[in-house]
Ligand binder design. Structure first.
Ligand code: RNT
Ligand code: ZN
Length: 421
């Protein structure tokens, strides 16, 4: 345990008493918190470029901006960087891979990718006791150049992407089986139009049929499919084939998971509010916790109202076993390992904050129409000594508490990252 002259322990003792007065047992909360998996997106480490093609560039309406030194240039560097980030993030962790993070001798067409191309990742995950999640990569490719993939009017292009998604399902199932831990495979496609479509229906019908073909390819029980909707992308400002309503209907009728990305809605929409609605119709949700600054900008996740709102909804809905937390941000303007550490620590902090709320007392007040008490309880949660619980939690997990990890990253930056060109 990382101790600072007993200050962390005594802070925790006092905090524990305060929370107990609210009917909240902090020891139980910390056990629950520690077991919640957070899936860390590998693509923060290399600006979503992957290792398929050294000259590849990011397309599909998403963008990284910034040219901070030290981007991981190959899988070994990325795994090394991830290891450092993981050592700074408390709690159960998974790593989320995209198909373009394969390791092969030379270029492999995406409809030909195989489990063998991910053997090193699987071995690494086994050694570190990590679960893996997976994504077909339906962007940054000549066959996605028109910003249409599974909904493309040309059947041969559509088939290519269907086959890529089926190949990805095989890989995902293989990962899950090898690690004895269900692998979630999330399908996101960039399909859409910059300007007003003449036909909004046909592309959606084509997408529906393509998805049905993909989920009809039979798989074992170590793999689940999620589908991720979106409002718009760069170059797809007027129409996105896979809207949230499209996938809400798809997930509820086909029994897949629905992925909610915090950046994929109108800026004034409350993403947290969508969780309870979705839970009425869909068995499980995958979250892409992100931060949209005015648009789907994928900034590093903050400990802010939006993130806490999402965490509180999961806890208040008693849905920790039905909502899977994944991160989706990619900032190339700051140290990428720090970006992982800041965003993932904030996501877990938000979960801690949510678990420490007096949720029974709030719910009782609501049922008694005592909205004064409900508001008071919610507001005063904000000034409870939750940060003492956080520091203690980090210390017991041998993870540096706040204020004690950035030096490690800076030393690594000087020694390793600054040498990468
Ligand atoms: C894009 C989606 C998608 C990607 C990743 C790389 O808008 O959010 O999830 O960010 O798959
Ligand atoms: Zn996403």
């Amino acid at each position: 345990m990382i101790s600072r002259d007993g200050r962390i322990e005594s802070g925790y003792r006092l905090a524990k008493e305060r929370f107990a007065e609210n009917g909240v047992n902090t020891d139980t909360v910390l056990k629950t918190l520690d077991a919640i998996p957070i899936s860390i997106q590998c693509w923060q480490g290399d600006d979503v470029l992957g290792f398929e093609n050294p000259d590849g560039s990011l397309t599909g309406g998403i963008q990284t901006t910034g040219n901070y030194k030290g981007r991981a240039r190959n899988a070994s560097e990325l795994r090394g960087d991830l290891e450092l980030a993981l050592s700074l993030i408390p709690g159960k962790k998974r790593v989320n891979l995209h198909a373009i993070y394969l390791e092969a001798n030379g270029y492999v067409e995406r409809d030909k990718i195989e489990p063998g191309h991910f053997q090193c990742w699987i071995k690494w995950a086994k050694q570190l006791g990590l679960g893996l999640d997976f994504n077909p990569t339906c962007f940054s490719h000549p066959r996605s150049a028109q910003n249409l993939t599974l909904s493309h009017p040309d059947p041969s292009i559509r088939k290519y992407w269907v086959d890529h998604c089926i190949a990805s399902r095989n890989i995902s199932e293989h990962m899950g089986r090898e690690l004895n831990d269900t692998c979630i495979m999330n399908i996101w496609i960039p399909d859409g139009y910059k300007d007003l479509p003449a036909d909004r229906l046909a592309p959606r019908q084509r997408l529906l049929n393509a998805l049905d073909e993909i989920i009809d390819s039979s798989q074992g029980s170590y793999h689940r499919v999620a589908v991720e909707g979106k409002l718009f992308g760069i170059g797809a400002e007027s129409y996105t084939v896979g809207s949230n309503e499209f996938y809400m209907g798809y997930a509820s009728t086909r029994k897949t998971m629905l992925c909610l990305d915090a950046g994929h809605f109108h800026p004034t929409e409350n993403v947290a509010d969508k969780i309870s609605t979705t839970l009425c119709f869909v068995d499980e949700i995958l979250l892409h916790v992100s931060r949209p600054v005015r648009w789907d900008s994928d900034h590093v996740v903050l400990f802010d109202e939006a993130t806490i709102g999402i965490a509180s909804e999961i806890v208040r809905c008693n849905a920790l076993d039905r909502v899977h937390v994944g991160l989706d941000f990619f900032d190339a303007s700051i140290n990428r390992i720090a970006a992982w550490a800041i965003g993932a620590r904030n996501a877990r902090k938000a979960l801690l904050f949510a678990l420490l709320e007096p949720k029974e007392a709030m719910a009782t007040a609501e049922l008694n129409f005592n909205f004064t008490r409900r508001l008071t309880l919610m507001e005063e949660s904000k000034s409870m000594p939750w940060s003492s619980v956080w520091d203690y939690y980090c210390a017991t997990q041998n993870i540096p508490p706040d204020g004690a990890w950035l030096d490690t990253i800076e030393a690594h930056e000087n020694k390793v990252l600054s040498k990468r060109v």
